[in-house]
Write a protein that binds this ligand. Structure first.
Ligand SMILES: Cc1cc2nc3c(=O)[nH]c(=O)nc-3n(C[C@H](O)[C@H](O)[C@H](O)COP(=O)(O)O)c2cc1C
Length: 185
């Protein structure tokens, strides 16, 4: 087992170690307009129903669109969409149509009035489950009601943000299925 030499880390930097989830693109729609934002701050909050929480800064154009419509789609991009991930996070849907600007294809969803992004390998349709934490924490709690996931590859290369413009790319897998209690699998 390794031992690590450690130094004090500024608390403002801990996010760089705690952001393991993939970067996602959140699509939204309100009053005939669609939008997309890049998002790294999210977490699973329940198995069944499948609950998912995410932080959406109130200064983002997406914030009001999503708060009003109470719907969104969480789309998971792969590494080949890196430039789109950065570009979409650098501009506001108040000024441009991001589907058109970034050449992404909107696909109708099954249960929400928000388009899926065809070029992403997974798309999760979300209904707002709990709005109680939006005012204090900008935390939206969603129920995922429909999930579309590519069959192959099983584990595509996803992007994980490390802060300061650096991304980790998902890599190899280690399987320990037989060592797990069934409820923890
Ligand atoms: C890698 C990356 C991760 C981001 N994560 C978040 C996030 O978790 N929450 C958030 O509110 N904004 C996040 N942003 C910023 C928004 O994507 C950005 O402000 C975007 O321009 C919002 O678009 P909109 O104004 O059209 O909604 C992130 C941006 C990047 C590039």
């Amino acid at each position: 087992m390794s031992t690590f030499y450690k130094e004090d880390c500024p608390l403002t930097d801990i996010r760089r170690y705690l952001e393991p989830g993939p970067i996602v693109l959140v699509s939204s729609a309100w009053q005939d307009k669609t939008n997309i934002m890049t998002m790294g701050w999210h977490m699973m909050m329940g198995f069944s129903p499948a609950l998912f929480g995410c932080y959406i800064w109130e200064g983002n154009h997406s914030f009001e669109m999503i708060r009003r419509s109470k719907q969104c789609v969480i789309n998971i991009p792969t590494t080949d969409l890196l430039n789109e991930v950065i570009g979409i996070g650098n501009c506001s849907g108040n000024e441009i149509d991001k589907f058109e600007t970034f050449g992404l294809t909107p696909i109708p969803a099954d249960t929400v009035e928000v388009p899926l992004i065809e070029e992403c390998y997974a798309n999760f349709e979300c209904h707002l489950a709990d709005a109680s934490q939006i005012e204090n924490y900008s935390l939206f709690i969603w129920e995922v009601v429909k999930a579309h996931v590519a069959i192959l590859p099983a584990w595509p290369k996803t992007l994980h943000y490390r802060g300061e413009g650096e991304f980790m790319v998902s890599g190899g897998s280690i399987s320990r299925h037989r060592q797990f209690k069934p409820q923890n699998l």
